[in-house]
Structure formats: C-alpha cells, structure tokens
Ligand binder design. Structure first.
Ligand code: MOS
Length: 704
C-alpha cells in the first residue's frame, strides 16, 4: 500500500499552478454529454406552452384535437396536473416562485407564463402539438411600465437590508463644497448561457431521478422534494456538465414539468427549453433606475454618499436587484444613505444574474465617482484612494482583507495611467476620439455549508466526491488542485466526482461561493483522511472513506466585512461619424483571495470583463408595453458582445490577497470580474468625447 504522506517535503503545491480543465478534452470532442443529450430508453418529450397574453385567466384549452395528433401522450394543464405543495421556505430562504409551481391554477401572471405541456413520443411531435394547442384566455389589463417615478414602489429587503443609514445626510450635503446629484439607468438583461435549461425525469425503484442542468444538485433536490411532497432521500439529481448558469439555473419550470410528465406517464420525460422560452421562464436582471447624491470637500473627501435604487419584480414573487450594495462598502463618508425599492409589474420574476446588485450598482456608483473627480479636478484613482475606508463604512466591521489600493496601483502601473491627460475630448486619431477610464470593483466573499467524501483507494489513489456544480468555470479542476494539496499527493492520483446529489448536501455554484465552499469541505475531509493514513493502517479493499461537514465552520465566519475587490481599466475609441464605441484595451487587477488555478481564474475574470463590454455597449431587452412581451427574445434580437467586439488586449491579473480565515485562502472570483467594467468603459467614453452616458447601453444612436 502507498500512503499519500511520503512526499511532504519535496512536492510542489498544486494550488496556484495552471491546470487545463479535467473535462476539457471531453467537452471539445463532444464526448461530454449535457442534460438534454443523455440517452434513456423509452424516453418521452415534453414541450411547454406559454401564454400569449400578459395578464388574465385561462378560460379553456382545446386539448382534444392535440391529443389526436401523432405521438401525443398527454397534455398537462391546471385542470389535470399533479398537485404541488408550495407552502415552504426553500434553500435560499424564500418561498418558491409560483412560476415554477406549474399548472396549479388558471392565473396568467405575465406573458410567457407556462399554461400547459404536451408530451409526445418525439420532441418534434411534442413541439408541433404544443404549437397547435388553442388556449382561450380572459384577458385583464396589464402594466409592464418600469420607470424611475413609480409611485407604487416599495422598500424590499431581499438578502440584505432594504435601507442603511449613517450620519446626517442632509447636513453633510449642505456642508459640502462639491455636490453631485445624478440618475443612472440600466436595462433588462438576460443570462443567455450557451446550454439551455434541460431536464430528464424518471422514477427508478421508488426514487425520483433527475438528470438536469443546474447550479446545485442539493438545491434542486430540496425544491423538488418540497413541491412533490417527497423525502429528500427519495430524490436524486445529477448534473455532470453544465453549459453556463450565471444565476439562472436554479429550480425552473422545466424540472417540475419533467417530473410531472414522468409521474403521470410512468416513463422518462425530458423537457428542454427553447431559447425564446428561456427569455420568459428562467429569470433575468431587472432594469434599474438609480439616483446617486455625493457631497465632498474640495480635496475630494466624501462627506455624503446616497444611493437610491429601484428595480422591478413580478406580481407573484419578490426579488430585489440590490444595486446599493457596493455603496455600503466602497467609500468612507460621514453620512451614508442607501435604499432598495421595487415595483411589482406584470412581468416574469427577475433573479440573480452575475454580480446581482453589484453589476448595475457599480455602474452608477463608479460613474458618479468619476464625475465627482472631474468636479474636484482630481485624478479618479486619487479620489478613490482618498476615500479608502479603514473599516466597513456602514457596518463598522474590519475587512477580512481589502487591497483595493494595491489593485489600483498595480493596474495604473501596467495600464500606463500616469501618462493620462485628464482633459476630455482632446485625443483624436482620424475619425476616432480616444479615452481611458477606470472604476473599482467589489463582490461579497462568503462560504456556504458543504459535505465532501474523500476515499483512499486500495491502489493508492484517491476519489473525491462532492455535489459541486461546474457551470463551466473550471470548478472541478480547482477542486482537483485543492484536494491534491490537502492529501499531499499529486493531481494524477486524485479523481474528482461532482454533480450528484447522492454525494451529500453541498453549496450551490452561486454568489461566488462555490469553489470556496467546496474546497473547504474537500480540504477538511482530505486532511482528516491523511491523518488516518498517517497512523499506518493498511487500506482495506473498499478503501478508507472520510466525510466532512463544514456547517459549523462556515457559520463561524462572522464579525468582518468580507469582499473581493478589483480595479478595472478601459481604453475606448469613439467613431465621431457613426457613434460606434470600440473597446481597445482592458485590464482588471483583482484582490480576490488565493487563486487556485491561474488558467481558469483568468478565464473567469476576463469572461466577466467581456460581459462588462456587453453591458456597457450592447445588451438591452426591450419590453413591448402593448403586449407585455419582449421584442426579439432570442440571440438574433438580443444583442450580446461577440468576438469581434473584444479587444486582443484584455487582461486580468491579481495581487497577493489570501483570505486569512479560509483554509485554502480562497475568497471567490465568480462575479467580481463584471463589476465596474461597464463604468470603466462609460468613464472612458466620457474621457474620449466629453459626454457623460448615464443610461446603458451606450449605443451609437445615444453617442451621436
Ligand atoms: Mo450567481 S448570479 O450567484 O449564479
């Protein structure tokens, strides 16, 4: 038998070294199967039917002609679907969104509301029948009008307080030599990940099994067990490969529909959403209207910081886009005031979308800081450094680590910021006006409870099992490096298995907490296993298995402000003839904990920055007031940044910033890459043209 403890003094740690994705070859050769591709015997196919009205009641459905169509097995709707239990609080601490509690009543809460599902032998038959189903509605007037001055807006808490107040804002504003009061807006934005939502459900020996694309098997088990009144041990969710999530892949209509189909038909049922259905059924980022008021002394020191944010929610479920979150941690001011409000509209429920709150919130705050720097005649980096807080400016808590100043210094050095002429609109190259901009980034750094199972196999290798979800980030590979170090072995002797709820409860891939939370559990189990092996016992044929549970450890993470930080830099060229903005260069320097795998970390951060280009210049879902739906809800009509929009010079790097309270030093890099990116670009557009853009996206028609 070989133990893993013999190489302690000579082995170089795996964490911090570049490692290509474990499953990369499988993915690029097509060997990796996604949820909608895994074959099942006797598989039936469900196709969702969505409402064509924006509000009302289902009067009747003409199911008879559809049931007579080739291959059709059943049509499920509110009169015949299995009953669900919706009276519970789920893993995220909120009741289920009724949009996922399918077919329980005749209500239509928004355009694109699920009203029925046709199940047929083939997906083509199901689609044709679903598109033929005539649904009669009683239409009611709808309201989808999001605007800043809604009188019916109300404060909403969500996962953080709706209001924070410190000091006397009015007095500090009155005493300020320099003030700013501006409004910023961001549009409705959609996740649009590559792999659509897809699930296959089947009953196997009294257990419900779901093969699904999601951000956390534990999460989906919990929701389905509650909805279908099952013991969680009677539900198994697997999700080996996930083609993107970005906050959208929690419990959604397709999983519930697939389980209903399998329950009624006693055979496996698969439901795959179309791209257009995803625009109604899988959440999105709410439009926001934000007002920022700043007051400062002539030296740029902030006396007052107010951030008021309005977002929308649906009439059936509450969700708040917490845009003021960055204003609670970024800058010192004598007085702070932040408020999150929402308005209920006849629209789909918005949800978490990469850096929820911080992405649109940082656009407003970091644009406002740039405007204040201009008014104070200060360099925008210098302004930020002058307002660096010693402790959380609202919470009063110490930071676990911050290092924002280090990010700005390193970024400024590498970007060549010192040579910048601060005057706007004075650099011209042919028909292009040139400018540079910067902005700060932050995102909370937390951990969630997880369990991991690590086995020392009889052949001297190790198997790690954890219900982690690799949504494309490289989490599986990061866990391999973490496990190898904790086991004091090499990566070739460790295999990591993820994406199966039978491995025990684990944190979701969300909130930038996945890799950190799972690494903690893997490290705990691996260290204990190593200690057991060090005692020298022979490994039995079935191996030695240790299971960890980090619930108590992560709950002890209190008493500090915990965030990842970053400094974003952008250079743009603005075509004075067409109004087109081209990003020429981007650099992001982050303080985001210990970096586990520099290769995939760079992917993750640069990916966020590219999404920032998309947010700054391209993305906007436009809702039609008349019919309550979106114009062009697909990737033809919804414009996202493409390769041709991304500059060859886009770089992400980091400063040394290990988290002092994490066993591996991880903080989380999932979302911070997009934060501040749009503001850096908008600030660069101002520097190029002398015109402020406070409404995203900065489309050519707005530039001219
Ligand atoms: Mo992220 S928006 O928490 O998946």
């Amino acid at each position: 038998m070989t133990t893993a403890t013999g190489t302690r003094t000579t082995r170089k740690g795996a964490v911090g070294t570049a490692h290509t994705r474990v499953e990369g070859l499988d993915k690029v050769t097509g060997a990796a199967r996604y949820a909608g591709e895994i074959p099942f015997a006797d598989l039936a196919h469900g196709w969702l039917v969505l409402s064509t009205v924006a509000r009302g009641r289902i009067r009747s459905l003409d199911t008879a002609p559809v049931l007579a169509m080739p291959g059709v097995l059943t049509v499920l709707h509110h009169e015949n679907a299995p009953r669900l239990d919706t009276d519970y609080i789920g893993l995220l601490g909120v009741p289920p969104d009724p949009t996922c509690a399918l077919f329980q009543d005749d209500r239509v809460a928004h355009r694109g509301w699920p009203v029925a599902m046709v199940v047929a032998e083939t997906s083509e038959q199901a689609r044709e029948a679903a598109e033929s189903l005539v649904v009669h509605y009683e239409q009611e007037p709808h309201d989808v009008d999001f605007c800043a001055d809604r009188a019916d807006a109300y404060e909403l808490q969500g996962h953080m307080p709706a209001v924070t107040e410190k000091g006397d804002l009015a007095a500090e504003l009155a005493a300020s030599a320099v003030t700013l009061d501006e409004e910023y807006t961001t549009p409705e934005e959609h996740h649009s990940m590559m792999e659509p939502h897809a699930a296959t459900a089947l009953w196997d020996g009294g257990r419900l099994e779901l093969v699904d694309s999601n951000q956390g098997a534990t999460w989906i088990v919990g929701e389905l067990a509650n909805l279908f009144s099952l013991d969680p041990s009677a539900v198994r969710v697997r999700s080996e490969h996930v083609g993107g999530g970005f906050g959208s892949k929690g419990v959604r209509a397709h999983q519930v529909a697939a389980v209903m189909g399998a329950t009624v038909l006693h055979r496996p049922v698969r439901v795959v959403m179309t791209r257009r259905q995803m625009f109604s059924l899988t959440g999105y980022r709410s439009p926001t209207a934000q007002r920022i008021r700043l007051g400062a002394d002539t030296d740029g020191r902030l006396r007052a910081l107010e951030h008021l944010s309005l977002s929308q929610t649906s009439t059936v479920h509450e969700f708040v886009e917490s845009c003021a979150a960055p204003s609670r941690v970024m800058y010192d001011a004598d007085a702070h005031h932040t408020v999150h409000r929402v308005v209920r509209l006849d629209v789909p429920t918005p949800t978490f979308m990469r850096a929820p709150g911080e992405a649109p919130g940082s656009f407003a705050l970091e644009s406002a800081l740039d405007e204040l720097a201009e008014k104070c005649g200060l360099d925008p980096i210098e302004l930020r450094l002058r307002n660096e807080p010693e402790r959380g400016p609202v919470s009063g808590l110490p930071f676990s680590s911050r290092n924002l100043a280090a990010c700005f210094r390193e970024g400024a050095r590498r970007f060549g910021w010192a040579d910048r002429d601060p005057r706007p609109g004075v650099r011209r190259e042919g028909r292009w006006l040139l400018g540079t901009g910067t902005a700060a980034a932050s995102f909370p750094s937390n951990a969630g409870p997880s369990t991991a199972v690590v086995t020392a196999e009889a052949d001297g290798t190790f198997t790690v099992r954890i219900a982690a979800a690799d949504v494309g980030t490289g989490a599986r590979t990061a866990l391999l490096l973490v496990a190898a170090d904790a086991l004091e072995t090499t990566t070739d002797r460790v295999r990591v298995r993820i994406g199966d709820s039978d491995f025990g409860p684990a944190m979701i891939s969300g909130g930038s907490m996945g890799t950190r939370s799972w690494s903690w559990a893997v490290t705990a189990a691996a260290r204990e296993l190593r200690e057991r092996l060090a005692l020298g016992a022979d490994t039995p044929p079935e191996g030695i298995t240790v299971r960890s549970d980090t619930t108590a450890a992560v709950r002890a993470l209190t008493g500090k402000e915990r965030h990842s930080f970053g400094a974003q830099f952008a250079e743009v060229a603005v075509d004075v003839a067409t109004g087109e903005v081209r990003v020429r260069r981007m650099l992001g320097i982050f303080a985001a904990g210990r970096i586990v795998n520099p290769l995939t970390a760079r992917n993750q951060l640069v990916g966020g920055m590219i999404w920032g280009i998309s947010m700054a210049l391209h993305e906007a879902a436009a809702r039609d007031r008349a019919d309550g739906g979106l114009y062009g809800p697909d990737l033809a009509g919804y414009h996202v940044t493409s390769h041709a929009d991304v500059p060859p010079s886009i770089e992400a790097d980091w400063v040394d910033d290990p988290d002092p309270d994490d066993p591996v030093g991880i903080k989380g890099i999932g979302e911070v890459g997009i934060v501040g990116a749009a503001a850096a670009i908008a600030n660069a557009v101002w520097h190029a043209t002398g015109v402020r853009h406070r409404d995203l996206p900065i489309r050519p028609d707005r530039v001219l």
